[in-house]
Design a protein around this ligand. Structure first.
Ligand code: C2G
Length: 126
């Protein structure tokens, strides 16, 4: 299995999707968005640096291997390189990765309700 994400301010929703993805097989690979990819997607840099985010994800029991996702355009190459049989994403991405169903199964899990990095940032600001 493979999944992708920023995983900034690592929280319970992140943990849950990784655990559910890992439960589908025996090896979960995680592509962690680079700082510059994040800036291009969200017009802001993550709070935690890419090295910190990679280290946190790599230390989880349910994760076998991590790599830095440098650009969205290489998704197909990453899937082939890591021989992913299942691509898992949260349902905020529903339909967006169906174009890869020719090379792997694409599964969307329900997001964990009531938690997100953006919410955490907003709550801390108050
Ligand atoms: N997630 C979740 N429940 C939440 C919050 C996040 O299941 N409450 C899931 C998202 O759906 C995603 C993963 O956790 O599958 C990582 O979320 P983000 O760090 O927000 O990832 P994002 O910036 O959407 O990056 O190429 C795809 C991107 O790299 C995904």
């Amino acid at each position: 299995m493979i999944t992708f994400g920023t995983f900034d301010l690592f929280h319970y929703g992140h943990l849950r999707i990784l655990q559910r993805a890992a439960s589908l097989g025996d090896r979960l690979i995680v592509g962690v968005s680079s700082d510059s990819l994040n800036f291009s997607k969200k017009q802001r840099y993550p709070i935690y640096s890419e090295k910190e985010r990679l280290d946190i994800i790599a230390s989880l029991k349910c994760v076998s291997c991590v790599f830095l996702e440098e650009t969205l355009e290489l998704k197909r190459e990453y899937l082939l390189k890591y021989q992913a049989n299942i691509l898992v994403m949260g349902d905020d991405w529903k339909g967006k990765f169906d174009c890869f169903s020719d090379i792997c199964n694409v599964v969307y899990f329900k997001r964990t309700p009531s938690i997100s990095t953006t919410d955490i940032i907003e709550r801390i600001k108050i």
